[in-house]
Design a protein around this ligand. Structure first.
Ligand SMILES: [Zn+2]
Length: 292
């Protein structure tokens, strides 16, 4: 596994005063957003661990040029949120309530699990202390950056229990976190009995809504920034995954056979997508959600 390091390189301007530090296709590095307004700047995602987050904070402070800093994260997973401690004192950290609970309840377990993913990941996680958010809101929060409102919107359980999306309406930019990825199969963190929060059916419902709303610019959790088609692609994948799983479940096909058949089908359909191992997890999740 390559070193999950954030490089402040190839920073893309998506709209006036809205940029993304791209993940450059490096696994366990998220796309990181920075959104500016008249008096404040919001950072979306921290990168994994304090050393990555320090780089992000330094870049954000430079970008802000004295404006007040805020931080939010799309969900509690380590590469998205496990650098928040670095922002303490320098930025106001705000998240939706279910994400705050995820961070508190599941954060320590994920820290240990991710340290087990290999030396490069463990190195970046060294010194992580799980941060306490400064502001916790229920479902929605409208953040005034000065002449620009940003909408933080919890979606309800989907990729995790506490997902949220971040919208910049005046620029029509949407940060989806891991609800949408570009160039890879949807990440189902389906690890029974330890973690079964991911829900294929709820995730599909969220993507149906997001795809219907659309956005000019869509920043996925990982992979290249795209347009509204990216939302439709994830929706269509999840829908097909559900339908193909359930139709086999209806005829009492074994889960192992379903995994084999659907993996072959999906790889044939999306030969260029990475993360083929997530298809099996998705099938497992949707089998558990099959209406008996
Ligand atoms: Zn995630």
């Amino acid at each position: 596994m390559p070193e999950p390091v954030v490089h402040i390189e190839g920073v893309q301007e998506l709209a006036r005063d809205v940029v993304v530090i791209p993940n450059r296709q490096v696994q366990l590095v998220p796309n990181i957003g920075i959104i500016g307004g008249g008096h404040s700047v919001l950072v979306v995602e921290t990168g994994m661990g304090p050393r990555n987050a320090e780089k992000v904070l330094e870049f954000a402070a430079d970008f802000a040029k004295g404006r007040k800093l805020y931080l939010t994260t799309t969900h509690f997973h380590p590469e998205h949120a496990f650098g928040a401690q670095v922002f303490a004192g320098g930025a106001t950290f705000l998240v939706n309530r279910e994400q705050a609970e995820d961070l508190k309840v599941k954060g320590p377990g994920y820290l240990e699990m991710f340290k087990g993913l290999g030396e490069p990941v463990a190195r970046q996680l060294e010194g992580v202390e799980l941060a306490e958010p400064d502001v916790v809101f229920d479902q929605e929060y409208d953040l005034d950056l000065g002449g620009r409102m940003v909408q933080l919107r919890a979606t309800g359980r989907a990729h995790s229990k506490g997902d949220q999306v971040v919208k910049v309406p005046d620029a029509d930019v949407l940060f989806t976190g891991d609800l949408a990825e570009a160039g890879q199969f949807a990440i189902f963190p389906w690890f029974p009995p330890y973690d079964t929060d991911v829900s294929g059916t709820r995730w599909l419902a969220v993507m149906q809504r997001l795809a219907a709303e659309g956005a000019r610019v869509v920043v996925p959790g990982h992979g290249e920034v795209g347009g509204p088609q990216l939302l439709a692609d994830v929706r269509d994948y999840l829908e097909l995954l559900r339908d193909e799983t359930w139709v086999r479940r209806d005829s009492a096909v074994s889960e192992q056979t379903i995994v084999e058949e659907i993996s072959a089908l999906m790889i044939q359909r999306h030969p260029e997508w990475a993360g083929q191992e997530w298809i099996e997890k998705g099938v497992g999740c949707l089998c558990s959600e099959h209406p008996a």
